[in-house]
Ligand binder design. Sequence first.
Ligand code: Z5A
Length: 207
Amino acid sequence: MTRGKFITLEGGEGVGKSTNMAFIKNYLFQHKISVVVTREPGGTVLAEKLRQLLLDKNSEVISDQAELLMVFAARAQHIKHVIEPALAKGEWVLCDRFTDSTYAYQGGGRNMRISAIEWLENMVQGALRPDLTLLLDAPVEIGIERARSRAEFDRFESEKICFFEQVRRAYLLQAELHPDRIKLIKANQPLIDVQRALIEIIGTFLR
Ligand code: Z5A
């Protein structure tokens, strides 16, 4: 049985991840590839509970250390119960956010030590890394404007603009460090152009 492929979609808030998850799923379906669509934090009952706690802006103050450990606790459950079983069965997995988010938000945004994130990544994931990461990038103000026109802010969305600037810089650094895996797409262009760029990258990946 050939192992499935693991694709992740990344980027700051409001860059269009949710919008393009459905588009990528349909594109792969047209190529006769059915995917397990999932998200982080989340994807299992326990991981979704951790997500609620992480996003709740009315919770007690969550320390940066606790936040980092909650993200990885959710990821451990997600890998064990959803991602690994699917890949092992030959299914593809399409995930809205994964560990590049941790480097961006906890590493960049919260200034947590990168060596601590690397240690947790190795401990929780073993050798598991995405085969392809699509990083949607847009100036912070654009993403914030798009995201905030929709709903009430959650705990992350309530952060100041400098937090999101740090997140964006950390994402761009991740892309520089892993050019073979992480493909950058300009998200501040019309949706049709974003999706054209996505098709080009995924098309090359499928060949
Ligand atoms: N988090 C973390 O800290 N550490 C971790 O390791 C992980 C996560 C895994 C989860 O929230 C939070 O968890 C996240 C980081 C943290 N917090 N933040 N911020 P999430 O996954 O729900 O993240 P989000 O980024 O807040 O989701 P979002 O606001 O729904 O953004 P999006 O999915 O990227 O955007 P969208 O909903 O697809 O699009 C937003 C709007 O823009 C919508 O009205 C679209 O129609 C519109 N749109 C999309 N593309 C375009 C273009 N090209 N032109 C014009 N309009 C567009």
